[in-house]
Design a binder for this molecule. Structure first.
Ligand SMILES: [Zn+2]
Ligand SMILES: [Zn+2]
Ligand SMILES: [Zn+2]
Length: 398
């Protein structure tokens, strides 16, 4: 097949940032995850409930996770199909989220591994340098450039995670500190409190692909954000082409929360608890005037846009971006419980189909008119939202 043969490309729905909570033998990988978040349950939920084609587990440096991969391979539940790890048709990519120092801040960086040999090589790099290599998101003691160099040499995909969030987001380190990392990245992960429209305000991001991933710590959070890619195969080298838009490979669409629902969307006051709603940037509380605030993502973008060197404040760089389609996980819709959720999955095959494709009449037949109306309102972005901030999720107003 010629690399330019666009007809041979197909669409893959992929969530490239998911955590495992425990290994099958009970070893703790991510402290904040429920015990049910094993590699098996990640794969099963991503494939059958969420309707994804690819999932990337970013605890691939952990010997507990690697052992579970090996066990699934030995049992024949995972197969290596043309260099791709496949779980009953779902592509599994291993990667690692690492906490590294950038500009005096700790920020989260992700490396996706091209294959199992590279995963093992990366684990050998990380394990002797971190205090507990079994745990998720280890603190990396050396320069972040070692990670970028490794990714470059191994054919991995390197990108900063949830770049705008006040804690561990790259841009919280400031643009000057962030630029060397951006220059080594092909893409950035927008995070739950931002979307393409917001990120387009930053000229520094103009040449980078945008990723929307769930950063799920529990099974029901998988695919709350995901990407649709056009690829020849669901591999890391194809993803690297796609985020750059090379040879027809591309990001076709990003799916994610309305950023106003994100828990760091707007500036929050640590003094009185108010979440600001005025025009960004808001750097002090609009109620009590306190400057003890957690800066919102929208406010950070506005601040950075006004101080960025390339382009001028508020002027969008001339980039054509794939659409960013807002969604709300079914279980976050008020009144929609687990029983109804299961009925919707049985009727439509996956949450993706129920949320984005199922006809209104059929939805109503399965879950009643009221819930069907809510699902359609979410699909058509017709829900008013009281924005989140300071770690508090935004709320939908019905
Ligand atoms: Zn993170
Ligand atoms: Zn994460
Ligand atoms: Zn206040």
């Amino acid at each position: 097949m010629s690399p330019n043969d666009a007809a041979a490309l197909r669409l893959y729905a992929a969530d490239l940032h998911v955590h495992v909570g425990r290994s099958e033998d009970g070893r703790l990988v991510k402290v904040s995850s429920p015990a049910s978040m094993t590699l098996r349950s990640v794969l099963e939920t991503a494939r059958s409930a969420k309707g994804l084609d690819v999932v990337a587990v970013v605890d691939g440096h952990s010997p507990a996770v690697r052992d579970d991969v090996q066990r699934l391979l030995d049992m024949g539940k995972l197969a290596v199909d043309g260099g791709v790890l496949s779980y009953h048709g779902l592509g599994l990519i291993l990667g690692s989220e690492v906490e590294a120092h950038v500009g005096g801040k700790r920020v989260h960086l992700v490396v996706l591994f091209p294959d199992l040999a590279a995963a093992d090589d990366f684990a050998r790099l990380v394990r002797p340098r971190v205090s507990n290599p079994v745990l998720s998101t280890p603190l990396w003691p050396a320069s972040w450039t070692v990670l970028a160099d490794w990714a470059n040499e191994a054919g991995g995909l390197f990108f900063p995670a949830h770049i705008f969030t006040p804690y561990r987001g790259l841009l919280a380190a400031g643009l000057a500190a962030a630029r060397p990392v951006l220059e080594r990245s092909a893409a950035v992960e927008l995070g739950l409190s931002a979307d393409t429209e917001m990120a387009n305000d930053l000229a520094d991001l103009a040449s980078l692909g945008f990723l929307s991933n769930s950063d799920a710590h529990s099974p029901d959070r998988i695919a709350r954000e995901f990407n649709v890619f056009a690829l020849a195969r669901p591999t890391v080298d194809e993803l690297a082409l796609a985020v750059r838009g090379v040879d027809g490979r591309r990001v076709v669409a990003n799916y994610g929360l309305d950023p106003a629902l994100g828990k760091y969307h707007r500036t929050w006051c640590a003094n009185c608890g108010h979440i600001n709603t005025g025009p960004p940037p808001q750097t002090a509380c609009e109620l009590c005037g306190s400057a003890r605030v957690v800066l919102g993502v929208k406010d950070r973008v506005a601040l950075l846009a006004s101080t960025g060197t390339a382009g001028s404040a508020g002027e969008k760089p001339p980039t054509t971006r794939p659409p960013y389609i807002h969604q709300v996980p079914l279980l976050d819709i008020p009144g929609l419980g687990k029983k109804t959720y299961r009925r919707l999955l049985e009727s439509f095959g996956s949450e993706r189909v129920a949320l984005h494709a199922a006809p209104a009449g059929m939805l109503a037949a399965v879950c009643g008119q009221e819930l069907a109306t809510k699902i359609m309102a979410v699909r058509q972005a017709q829900v008013r939202i009281s924005p989140g901030g300071g770690g508090h999720w935004g709320r939908m107003m019905w």
